[in-house]
Design a protein around this ligand. Structure first.
Ligand code: ADP
Length: 275
């Protein structure tokens, strides 16, 4: 997937907001790229444009040879709010079947794919249940199964674990790593969690705010397969997370030092008294 010079400006009666400026990067086939940055830096905007759900203001997005100008074949999206993205009046199986409708597959193939996807997310026995009968973590597993049932080339995930507890989050992170291998899929995942960006990614794109832009593209050279405890204990993990943390914090530090430079008397007043 090639993102070239993408800019997004939101225009409304209240004015114009430059959400993302001159953003370019490439995601190679089978790569897992995480996109991290502070709230409001344009992560979701970028992902929605990659999904073809939002037009760019300028610049282009290509999936292979094709320009992404609307929801594209071979792309699937998992949203943060599973409770709003699953159809509550349909069973889990029917939710999954919906994702294959456009492909007009024979019934037996659809049934086979659904069984495989439910097995992959550990929900073999839940096909006949309704989403609202399942826990939040299980509902997000259904959303992930629904995304892979169409066997996409690229899986786009927008803060998919933000609404679940820490233990479930760790389980779902490992589930997505497994799914990537099982389905041989390329993944772009947006998160504001620095540890998660390093733990999951082959590469971390760090976005800065005002306007949103790519500040760094960091290769994650941690061994695979990753493991929650062992990987996070590695000195290389600590180093990478500090690098990302510093980048995410940098704009704020720059802003506050700029403010201090503009008003030295405030800095003087704020300086702690030294005995
Ligand atoms: P993130 O996902 O990093 O939190 P978003 O992509 O949601 O950031 O938003 C980036 C910026 O664009 C923010 O300043 C946000 O307020 C603004 N924004 C997002 N959506 C809209 C919209 N529909 N209309 C106007 N401004 C928007």
């Amino acid at each position: 997937m090639v993102i070239s010079g993408v800019t997004k400006r939101y225009d409304s009666a209240k004015g114009s907001k430059l959400a993302l400026t001159e953003t370019s990067f490439t995601i190679r086939e089978k790569e897992f790229v995480t996109i991290v940055g502070p709230s409001g830096c344009g992560k979701s905007t970028l992902l929605m444009m990659m999904a073809g759900l939002l037009p760019t203001s300028s610049g282009t997005i290509r999936l292979g040879e094709n320009l992404v100008t609307g929801p594209a074949d071979g792309l699937a999206v998992v949203f943060q709010e599973y409770s709003r993205s699953l159809f509550p009046w349909m069973t889990v199986e029917k939710n999954l079947a919906m994702a294959t409708i456009a492909d007009r597959l024979p019934k037996a193939v659809v049934a086979e794919r659904i069984a495989r996807a439910l097995h992959s997310v550990g929900l073999e026995g839940s096909g006949k249940q309704y989403p609202w009968q399942l826990s939040g973590g299980m509902q997000q597993r259904v959303a992930i199964a629904r995304a892979v049932v169409a066997e996409p080339r690229v899986l786009l995930m927008d803060e998919p674990f933000a609404a679940v507890d820490a233990q479930t989050r760790a389980d779902l992170e490992d589930l997505v790593l497994r799914i990537r291998d099982e389905y041989d899929v390329t993944v772009a995942l947006v998160t504001h969690d620095i540890d998660e960006s390093v733990y999951l990614g082959d590469r971390v794109l760090v976005l800065g705010a005002n306007p949103g832009r790519v500040m760094a593209d960091i290769a994650v050279t941690l061994p695979s397969p990753r493991e929650q405890v062992a990987t996070k204990r590695l000195p290389a993990f600590a180093e990478l997370r500090s690098d990302v943390f510093e980048l995410v914090m940098r704009p704020k530090q720059t802003a506050s030092s700029a403010a201090t430079a503009a008003a030295p008397e405030l800095a003087e007043a704020a300086r702690p008294a030294v005995a």
